[in-house]
Each structure stands twice: as C-alpha cells, then as structure tokens.
Design a protein around this ligand. Structure first.
Ligand code: C5P
Length: 233
C-alpha cells in the first residue's frame, strides 16, 4: 500500500493580517482557520498521517484548540516551525516516517481546497515525481525592477498562479530540501526546490476559490465562500 503523509505548515507570523489572534487560529464560522485544511486532509481516504507545523511554543495550544476541539485522529506530530516557510516544511519532513512514499504539502491558511484536487495532485506526483495545483493568471503579469519599472511581460496563457496542495515523491522532496539547505537556496514554495534540481513539476488545474488567507480582506472573501457553501449559517 502506498503511504501518503501531509505536512501542513502553519507557523507564519501573520503580520499582514494586523490582528491579535494569529490568523491560522482565528475562528472562521466557529472553526479555527487551520482547522479547515486539517479537516479536509483528515477526510481524505488517501492520507494516512498529518504533520502540523506551528510556531515554537504554540504546540500545546494547537493540540487543545484545534486538534482535540475538532476530534482529529490522523495527526502524528505537531512540530515547531522555522523562521521561513521553507524551514517549517523541512521540520515537518523530518517528522515523517521514512517509509512514506508520497508527501503532500499544504498551507494551513488555504481552507478551500477540494478532495478532488488533492487526488489529482497525488496522482500527478505518483506519475511525475512532483506536482502542484495552480490557476491561470486572469491579469497580465509583469516583472519589474526595484524602481518599479517593467522589465518584462509574461505570456498570460502560460502564466500560472501556484497554490497548494503540492505533492512529491518522498525521496525527491527530501533531496530537494537538503540540497537547498546546503546551497543556501530559499524559495516561497516547495516545487521551486525541485525545479532547482532540474526535475520536472507537473501542474494540475486548481480552483480560484483555493485562496490563501493573507490580508483582512481575504477573511471577507472566506466568509462569503463559507456562506455560499451553506456552512456559515
Ligand atoms: O508565507 P506564506 O504567506 O506564503 O505562508 C504560507 C504558509 O506557510 C502559511 O500557512 C504559514 O503559516 C506557513 N508558514 C510557516 N512558517 C513560516 C512562515 C509561513 O509555517 N516561518
């Protein structure tokens, strides 16, 4: 049987949110934000183990206010995060059982991914080694220099906005993270580390609802999505 484990990094400081409760623990329609992603992982028949990464010192709070509150049974470890997201994912990787075949990485602050997308990403990782979901850019994306002068325009029909879940063969993602640490490479998502090894990453279609809650406006959008799904009444 294929062993599939998920890492949910939720150790960000959330400074763009300007709120007292850390956004990953902020109650959205009664459920802590990170609880949405964890519940979907828990509901997936494919996922056996879930490792959650929180800020150092928040392990106990997370256990009581999220894991026990929601009655989650697949959490195998709560580990302290690093300064950057990449270090947090690496700490999560170290907590996985070495007989893991496929590793899913999913941001704790993306509550609205579906089991269908998760299955597609897992299948693509099994076939190609590494996969992410993403959506096509609706706006034209420009690159600019430090003075905000445009230096290039990306072709919109090939410009993808990358989301999570992402999935990887265990050995590949371990090698990618170890090499990145050795080389001092820091990236904002895990597929970039696989790319840096010269390995291919497959894109599967994500969903525009799969937003990352980053700023206060995103919370309004999140409530609207929850209400439309009939869960927030
Ligand atoms: O940094 P970004 O907004 O892309 O964060 C994506 C996810 O990574 C969030 O769930 C956040 O809590 C997590 N993160 C982390 N450790 C950090 C920074 C971010 O686990 N040091």
């Amino acid at each position: 049987m294929v062993k599939i484990a998920a890492i949910v990094p939720a150790a960000g400081s959330g400074t763009r949110m300007r709120m007292n409760t850390k956004k990953q623990f902020f109650a959205l329609a009664g459920t802590p934000l990170v609880g949405y992603a964890l519940k979907t992982m828990e509901a997936s028949p494919a996922v056996q183990d879930i490792v959650i990464v929180v800020s150092p010192g928040e392990e106990g709070y997370c256990r009581g206010a999220v894991i026990e509150k929601l009655g989650l049974n697949k959490i195998t470890a709560i580990v302290p995060g690093g300064k950057e997201r990449q270090g947090s994912v690496y700490n999560g990787l170290l907590a996985l059982s070495p007989d893991t075949d496929i590793v899913i990485v999913h941001d704790g602050v993306r509550p609205f991914f579906s089991l269908d997308i998760l299955d597609k990403v897992i299948a693509a990782a099994q076939k190609h080694g590494a996969a992410t979901c993403a959506v096509l850019a609706k706006d034209t994306v420009k690159l600019a220099n430090e003075d905000n002068f445009v230096t290039g325009t990306l072709p919109r029909n090939r410009t993808w906005l990358v989301q999570t879940p992402q999935a990887f063969c265990y050995r590949l993602i371990m090698e990618a993270h170890r090499r990145a640490r050795d080389d001092g490479l820091l990236a904002t998502d895990d597929t970039a580390l696989v790319e840096s090894l010269g390995r291919r990453v497959k894109i599967v279609m994500g969903s525009y609802e799969n937003i990352k809650i980053t700023t206060p406006e995103d919370l309004d959008m999140a409530m609207a999505i929850i209400k439309a799904a009939g869960e927030g009444d």
